[in-house]
Design a binder for this molecule. Structure first.
Ligand SMILES: Cc1cc2nc3c(=O)[nH]c(=O)nc-3n(C[C@H](O)[C@H](O)[C@H](O)COP(=O)(O)OP(=O)(O)OC[C@H]3O[C@@H](n4cnc5c(N)ncnc54)[C@H](O)[C@@H]3O)c2cc1C
Length: 490
């Protein structure tokens, strides 16, 4: 290996920046090319009329000792500007309210008070999550790519993992059946579905039980406020990268990746600049990577992008509201309006309020609020292309659905909000460059079909929420740790 190898990272999302900062710390010459004017992508914070709004991600997890952000912080020697929050969030179901406490005793009392029929389920979930967390820290080979990886994985299996192994073959819905939670128990089933939708991008009947057990463990492991907004995670990583000799070049969208005959890469940007690299990390979805590779896209990747179904999009609302409207109980709420409708499309809405003590987020006397709901992208694009009036009407309809949900916890918010700004899948496409505004990675339905970061082109890797373990800033950080370790090994 040459003393310094040139790494180009496409995209300054949390996944791309984590890998970039780790490789710069290890002596690589790292350049991050970012299309937008600031870092963070879906976990970025944007400035609008005096407010700093979290664009997508609002809840920060994975900073607990042994969590992915904590591990990266130790490796890079950096301090995260964060503060622990408890409760993590409050779930408003149509007939009851459930507080997701981090504190063990309060969480158990709350579970017993609100949904005692989930008692056995929580016992299995917590046990599985505790063992799986320990295992996850030791298995950079997952998902395996070679027989060698499989052999190494088998070598790491410990006796305490054997009882939870069947969960790898079940869905969460089947696990709920096994522990006797009636399918007509709407409150219990909807509560678990709602937790899984935000953490595994799918509901119990499709979510893998082992993955789901870890995904819904977030309140127990702890959630945090990031000072200045979620974009602070990317900002801290970018500072570390710079301190170790790397660079982030903003306003440069990569338009083409050419693989050279000697196996190196030449990247072109929309500014007409070219960048040579020995190693490329693509903080992109498979669709975006395939399009940048053009004719050089490997057959497997071409097949993948044709075969895969669209993932979720998001509809968001950004509100500036007066401080005196705040419920004093929590910073995050999940509101489910009806047991009769599927979740998403405004029937489940996640609400996040900026820390009132964080004066960087809003003008005096106000807070910045982000609302989001999962939405299927196809109808948005059809209307946008064929029926501009219908498209505007749909924006108004979704805006109303989200505000109706919010008014269940903050009456009269429509009248008192200083500003209300909607965000559609088209806005996510524009600001994060994710094709069609598909966000949040792939639903975690099976551990056996999880996507690895390999691309079939040597020295070209994927990072970000399209690769295992998928969505969330903690998830993409775990994925980036694996990629950085593999680059160092190679
Ligand atoms: C509405 C919503 C709510 C969410 N809530 C949470 C939450 O509460 N907690 C949580 O942990 N996670 C949450 N997530 C998920 C989380 O935000 C993402 O999983 C994670 O941030 C994705 O990171 P990434 O590394 O994959 O990169 P991305 O965020 O996708 O960033 C990719 C970056 O690459 C840049 N880029 C793309 N193409 C190019 C190109 N050709 N050239 C140069 N640059 C390019 C983009 O501009 C962007 O900055 C949420 C997501 C959404 C959309």
């Amino acid at each position: 290996m040459k003393k310094q190898r040139r790494v180009v990272v496409i995209g300054a999302g949390v996944g791309g920046l984590t890998a970039a900062a780790l490789l710069a710390k290890s002596g690589y010459e790292v350049t991050v090319l970012e299309a937008h004017v600031y870092a963070g992508g879906c976990a970025g914070t944007f400035f609008h009329k005096g407010f700093r709004f979290d664009a997508g991600a609002t809840v920060a997890g994975g900073f607990q000792p042994g969590g992915p952000h904590h591990i990266v912080g130790e490796m890079l020697g950096l301090q995260w500007d964060i503060e622990r929050t408890d409760p993590s969030w409050i779930v408003h179901l149509p007939d009851r309210t459930i507080t997701a406490w981090s504190d063990d005793q309060r969480r158990q009392e709350e579970h017993q008070r609100t949904l005692p029929e989930l008692h056995r389920f929580w016992g299995i979930q917590q046990h599985a999550a505790e063992i799986a967390w320990k295992f996850a820290a030791r298995i950079p080979e997952f998902p395996p790519r070679s027989l060698g990886d499989v052999a190494r994985l088998i070598g790491k299996i410990r006796p305490d993992m054997i009882p939870i192994a069947p969960l790898a073959l079940l869905t969460m819905g089947q696990l709920l059946d096994v522990v006797g939670v009636d399918r007509r128990n709407w409150a219990a089933r909807t509560f678990i579905d709602a937790q899984l939708l935000i953490s595994a991008q799918t509901t119990a009947d499709r979510a893998n039980a082992l993955y789901g057990a870890i995904a819904i463990d977030l309140p127990r492991t702890g959630t945090y406020h990031v000072k200045g907004g979620m974009g602070g995670i990317a900002k801290t990583l970018a500072e570390s990268l710079l301190a170790n000799g790397g660079q982030v070049i903003y306003r440069h969208a990569v338009t083409q990746i050419a693989v050279q005959p000697d196996g190196t890469f030449c990247l072109e940007t929309n500014k007409g600049h070219t960048f040579a690299a020995d190693i490329v990390l693509a903080n992109l979805t498979p669709w975006a990577l395939d399009s940048l590779l053009g004719d050089q896209s490997p057959t497997g990747l071409q097949r993948e992008v044709q075969r895969r179904r669209s993932t979720w999009g998001a509809f968001t609302l950004y509100l500036g509201i007066p401080l005196d409207m705040l419920p004093d109980s929590a910073s995050h709420f999940q509101i489910v309006r009806s047991y009769d409708q599927p979740l998403g499309e405004g029937n489940s809405v996640f609400v996040s309020i900026s820390d009132p003590a964080d004066q960087d987020r809003a003008p005096a006397g106000y807070v910045a609020v982000t609302l989001s709901t999962h939405t299927q992208i196809d109808r948005w694009w059809q209307l946008r292309e064929t029926d501009p009036d219908g498209y505007q009407a749909r924006i108004a309809q979704y805006r109303d659905r989200l505000l109706d949900a919010l008014e269940t916890v903050m009456p009269n918010v429509r009248q008192r909000a200083k500003l209300i700004l909607p965000g559609t899948p088209a806005a996510f496409q524009r600001f994060t460059r994710r094709p069609a505004g598909m966000v949040g990675g792939f639903p975690m339905t099976s551990l056996f079909t999880a996507r690895s970061p390999h691309t079939a082109i040597p020295n070209l890797w994927m990072v970000g929420d399209s690769v295992f373990p998928g969505q969330s800033t903690a998830g993409v950080t775990a994925g980036a740790l694996r990629v950085a370790a593999e680059v160092l090994r190679s």
